[in-house]
Design a protein. Sequence first.
Length: 256
Amino acid sequence: MKNRGRRVVGVDVCGDPRCGDMQSFTQHLSRAKAAGLGLTVHIAESIDNTTEDCLALLSRRPDRLGHATFLSDELKALFFADISQPGTECSSLSECATGTTNPRTPAGFRDPSHPLHFRFQNLKEGYFLRFVSDSAESEEAKAQMSFWADAEKFSERAAIKDIEEMIKQPCVEICLSSNLLCKNVASLDAHHIRYYLKNDHPIPICTDDALPFRTSCLGEHSLLLTQPPLGLGLSRDEAAKAARMDMDAAFSRPRD
């Protein structure tokens, strides 16, 4: 469709997380990304979304996340570069996010509990073997401990670079009315938008579906300014910032 001049700027993946295997979609999502299309995935919209399914989707480097209401702290720490800041509710994240071990360093990836531990190990092993086989050093030089230390450092750096290419900071589509009416959140005061606002994470304000939820983009943005408990009570500057996030996240804008 793109080659025929159709105005296709992105794809959106959604559906019942209890049906099918998420892994069967990943190759198609990669093809969409390779074609230069924007990618949105509905993720962690309910408690039925497993960590494994979420990781499979996030590993495709989506540009936008639909809802992410129940996204685990572990995955937030791994895929969101802005987490965490002191003084917000994200201070209770696991050690992967807030402890002394940075989740994107070799020490973090060496931890068997890390979601990308095995991928890191496989990448590192491949780069290690390539370093050794491509080396022009003599057998005498290869017998030195320094050679193997260099191979270890090279393979770790290369593996981390590959993983960082995969990991990016996707924006989170916020659908206030939808989440309330579907009872995914108890109230606006408990809505996860506050988590992302306090961490300055990009959050385009969306409707989810304007007809069944009887809302509009204007109506959703008005909830930002409306005073609690009917709204969030944000300042005009904060609401304007959210509007700019909407425009910055649009697939119709030039993309890298």
